[in-house]
Design a protein around this ligand. Sequence first.
Ligand code: ATP
Ligand code: MG
Length: 396
Amino acid sequence: MNDSTLYLVKLGEISLKGLNRDFFEKRLKINLKNKLKGYRTQVSKQKGRIFFEISNDCPKETIERAFSTTFGVVGYSRCLRCEKDMEQIKQTARLLIEDAPFSSGKGSFKSISKRADKQFTFTSYDIDCELGGVVLDTYPEMHVDVKHPDMIITCEIRDKAYLYTSAKPGPGGLPVTSAGKGMLLLSGGIDSPVAAYRMAQRGLKMECIYFHAYPYTSDQALEKVKTLASLLAPYLQGTRLHVVPFTEAQLWIKQHSPEDETTLMFRASMMKVANKISVQQEGLCIVTGEAMSQVASQTLESLSFTDSMSDQVVMRPLVGMDKQEIMDLAKKIGTYETSILPYEDCCVIFSPRHPLVRPDKNIVTEHYHAMGIEALLDEAVANTEVFDFGPDGQLR
Ligand code: ATP
Ligand code: MG
């Protein structure tokens, strides 16, 4: 394709896979192609690399967004390809460094050459020297720094020679859906979007479930959760948000359980509902943003109780993380600013003044069953509203 640009995608953990490597690579290709839908793309695979040739009518931002939000991509770069001939390699290098980051003509650089094809007559060191020569001829003010270079020019000798400069980092991990599907309990807080990111990085596809207690929680709280779902959607390759009307269930719990146990009963009911929706949607696990001892409902005893209310395995990827670490990651993935908007979540409004911190599992389990809440939970599931977000983050 003449009217196209070549991109090199570096794979990390996927390249370490054995017989099932093909399965992961295929999934990564599908996920990237989904994000580049509507544009002509041609894909070719080589050890540890996938090459994407993308038609030039595709905006650069769309390409950057696709590579930087797709798990499985460890790094990516625009790339030039030529025959395995030293003169052609040098000529291609000259073309490549006309553009950023080299075009400033200042600072330090390093050349890195890799020979996947060992038949090539020149050694990596020879190629490095030739490339270095090209850079210094073009930009005499630049200098070589092998330890801390400002920029890097790379040449990989494969079926052809591939040249690129300073690859950008991708999010790493494994491609979404390779691990299967689960249900994320998405509140409006800081933690649950980060939990989603962490599990998506391990290849888990997720649909989101939000428990909405209107009018105790406002429409603005729901809007905030929708915004979070749309921010997560590119990482999740698109997602469905299930909004569960939870007011009746919360009021029932308030009337029918001891005050200090209400939060535990909310959480047990959430688990029950999440399991029902997960079975409907063919999910295999529940994901939450809980962290050990963060609040009363996340002590070991409380977690043991809520865990026992779920038939499906409960994933808590933040369980061993510090709040500061979680906040730093939320900032990095771009959900923090939305999460700190001040609209309260249902649990905050219904929370008891002195929640039970170390519940006896047998006693609270008995209390849960004595409440007779199942019919209300079924009704909540039946009245659940869904919103679908595409991999571009747009509501469909
Ligand atoms: P977050 O944990 O997302 O910052 P939070 O700390 O206010 O919010 P917690 O009370 O700690 O929420 O709840 C722990 C976890 O339970 C959340 O991370 C989320 O997975 C789930 N959760 C809480 N409230 C809701 C809700 N209204 N809808 C869906 N999931 C919820
Ligand atoms: Mg929390």
